[in-house]
Design a protein around this ligand. Structure first.
Ligand code: 5GP
Length: 116
């Protein structure tokens, strides 16, 4: 039996912590960020917390990373205008607080945003 604690996002996927879930399939889940930084701010993440960062996921399961990106693209069209930023914070000094790889999907009103 594993002694590893489930990550926050694994607990959301397991419905142990409530979230506004907008998409789910076998391997990926997407839900609204609790502290939105844009009119649309979703987190798109593998259900498994096996990978902490986007580079770890890219190395171990590139198809799953591609699936995250394609799902995010579809959600941007479904919930916004189809144009977006996809942000993966990698490491604490870059702002990562949840060490379970996730894409921030930010859309709407970003022309004067502070992210870049
Ligand atoms: P990071 O800083 O790791 O790139 O992103 C973590 C994100 O998770 C933050 O934008 C934060 O607002 C969001 N977050 C933290 N706790 C919760 C929660 O309990 N529910 C939801 N929906 N989002 C959360």
């Amino acid at each position: 039996m594993s002694t590893t604690e489930p990550t926050l996002f694994e607990r959301i996927a397991a419905r142990e912590i409530p979230a506004r879930i907008v998409f789910e399939n076998e391997r990926v889940i997407a839900f609204h960020d609790i502290a939105p930084q844009a009119p649309l701010h979703l987190l798109v993440t593998p259900k498994s917390g096996a990978y902490a960062t986007v580079a770890e996921l890219a190395a171990a399961d590139p198809a799953l990373l591609a699936e995250v990106v394609i799902i995010a693209d579809g959600l941007a069209s479904e919930f916004s205008n189809g144009e977006y930023r996809l942000v993966f914070n990698s490491g604490a000094s870059a702002g990562q607080t949840v060490f379970h790889v996730h894409a921030h999907l930010l859309s709407g009103g970003l022309d004067e945003g502070s992210l870049g």
